[in-house]
Design a protein around this ligand. Structure first.
Ligand code: NI
Length: 226
């Protein structure tokens, strides 16, 4: 499932983030890359333990955790502290699949990366190139969103970021360990939740909506990996 969530950050949060990042202590993006991805990763990244890095992680994490669509789509067990990267002219990130397991630098906890998310932090007209291209069974999808919007996609996907040729692209990205490791099952639960919510909005609470809600929860109970 590829999901575009609009306005994850409020206008105030976005302005706060852009202000924080205006003089960010960028370092080489290879700091969190694995062996394969390190060879194709050519960008800048905010050190996670820097003051700006920690403030950004807190801001993005609280914004995504209050977002009902994100919750329904990812069924988060653990959200890895969000990172921030920057691509300037000539920088890109070649094809790779994100590492399956990562260690939270603050808690030392191991996190399985089921879902990847990229939250765009500046407007698409501020740079040329810099598309996030995600491949799935249905082909490749090129993504470049408004500032404050986010794309959520399976961490099992092959993806790359095309070269930025002008300006700079700033985005936050992070991984989520889901209570439902399987993308197929997670997608079915998300569709079911959306359908039930819509039925309830149209017809109010009915015997059928109560039954379907029960089925949703019983599937979740069967499939949840905690
Ligand atoms: Ni990646």
């Amino acid at each position: 499932m590829l999901l575009h969530i609009e306005n994850v950050l409020t206008a105030e949060e976005l302005a706060y983030a852009q202000n924080l990042l205006a003089d960010a202590p960028w370092s080489d993006g290879k700091i969190t890359a694995g062996k394969q991805s390190g060879q194709v990763k050519n960008n800048l990244q905010l050190p996670q333990t820097s003051e700006t890095g920690m403030a950004m992680a807190e801001l993005v994490k609280s914004a995504v955790l209050r977002n009902a669509e994100f919750f329904s789509a990812t069924l988060p067990h653990t959200v890895f502290p969000p990172l921030v990267n920057c691509y300037r002219a000539g920088q890109n990130f070649g094809n790779h699949i994100d590492n399956a397991i990562r260690q939270d630098p603050y808690t030392q906890q191991w996190v399985r990366t089921d879902v990847s998310s990229t939250l765009f932090l500046n407007e698409p007209d501020e740079y040329e190139g810099g598309e996030l291209v995600i491949e799935d069974n249905y082909g490749s999808h090129s993504v470049k969103l408004a500032a404050g919007d986010m794309i959520v996609y399976p961490a099992t996907s092959l993806h790359h970021v095309t070269p930025v040729t002008q300006g700079q692209r700033v985005a936050s990205f992070f991984w989520t360990q889901s209570m439902i490791p399987s993308d197929e099952k997670r997608t079915m639960l998300f569709d079911m939740d959306r359908a039930i919510t819509s039925i309830r909005a149209q017809y109010g609470e009915t015997d059928e909506s109560i039954l379907l809600t029960g089925v949703y929860h019983n599937l979740l109970r069967q499939w949840a990996d905690m």
